[in-house]
Design a protein around this ligand. Structure first.
Ligand SMILES: [Mg+2]
Length: 119
């Protein structure tokens, strides 16, 4: 499936992209929330969005909040975060993320998460 990876760090995108390819998926990069909206408008067939929290221009939470009112993203959104505070995670879930994944993660963890979210 096609996965949109939204992260301002290119090295992180490259790492996640490689994991996804090994799992048989295709990764597309967006550098921030605004870029993600543009990528979604160009490609309606993403089946999953992996969303970083801290990014310039439009961060992950802003993307979630905007999607909450405008519903431009039909795919499930999984937050990728270094935030391990429960209230932060709750905030993402409350605003429409279906799940979250703690950075750094392994290909096994990513595979499990994809199976849980995309079934
Ligand atoms: Mg970041």
């Amino acid at each position: 499936m096609k996965v949109l990876v939204v992260d301002d760090s290119k090295p992180i995108f490259m790492m996640v992209s490689q994991m996804l390819e090994e799992l048989g998926h295709q990764a597309v990069w967006a550098e921030n929330g605004q870029d993600a909206i543009e990528k979604i408008n160009e490609n309606a067939d993403f089946e999953l969005v992996l969303l970083d929290w801290n990014m310039p221009v439009m961060d992950g939470l802003e993307f979630l909040v905007k999607n909450g009112t405008e519903s431009f993203c039909p795919a499930p959104i999984v937050m990728m975060t270094t935030e391990n505070k429960p209230e932060k995670i709750q905030e993402a879930l409350k605003n429409g993320a279906v799940d979250y994944i703690m950075k750094p993660f392994t290909a096994d963890i990513l595979e499990n998460k994809i199976e849980m979210v995309c079934d």
